[in-house]
Write a protein that binds this ligand. Structure first.
Ligand SMILES: [Zn+2]
Length: 171
């Protein structure tokens, strides 16, 4: 009995780990990303926590405010091919253009660049025993996802984003 329980615990831990690591099957970050990493983010806008809880879904709140990750292939935008703009679900700042979206095969909406160099900020993330680069909204600090260096040209970057952090509007 005891062995079964331990095995179950290990299996569960592995499941959790693999889902967390899902977005990070990439190589290690290069200088291209490291150059723009900031230690902390000074955001321009701060929202009231109670208001955010009311306004956002549970998943949107967890992902944007507590650095959560939606399950791959579960979000509403990984397979969205419409022409338009993706904005921050929290503060409505424009973050990504559908023209830079590509098929990453990860189950998360992926872009090779942000809409502008000031729209997002990169932060060093050493959680879960991995070195990754977190991407947040530069305006409100909402967690968006991570950026990796295995993306397509012209940038070679892969912004692996959560649908829960984004709000899409057709052009
Ligand atoms: Zn924002």
């Amino acid at each position: 009995m005891k062995t079964t329980r331990i095995t179950r615990t290990i299996l569960f831990a592995l499941l959790v780990l693999s889902s967390v690591a899902g977005c990070s099957r990439a190589k290690t970050e290069t200088a291209v990303i490291a150059d723009i990493i900031e230690d902390s983010v000074k955001t321009k806008v701060k929202f009231n926590d109670d208001d955010l809880r009311k306004r956002l879904t549970k998943e949107q709140y967890e992902v944007t405010q507590h650095k959560g990750t939606e399950a791959s292939y579960s979000g509403k935008y990984w397979d969205n091919h419409e022409d338009g703009i993706y904005s921050c679900i929290v503060c409505n700042t424009k973050l990504f253009d559908s023209k830079t979206k590509f098929e990453s095969g990860t189950g998360w909406p992926s872009f090779f660049k942000a809409i502008s160099t000031t729209a997002t900020k990169n932060i060093s993330d050493n959680g879960y025993n991995m070195t990754r680069t977190e991407v947040v909204c530069a305006t409100c600090g909402a967690h968006l996802g991570h950026v990796f260096d295995d993306g397509p040209q012209p940038t070679g970057l892969r912004y692996c984003m959560n649908s829960a952090s984004l709000d899409f509007k057709k052009r």
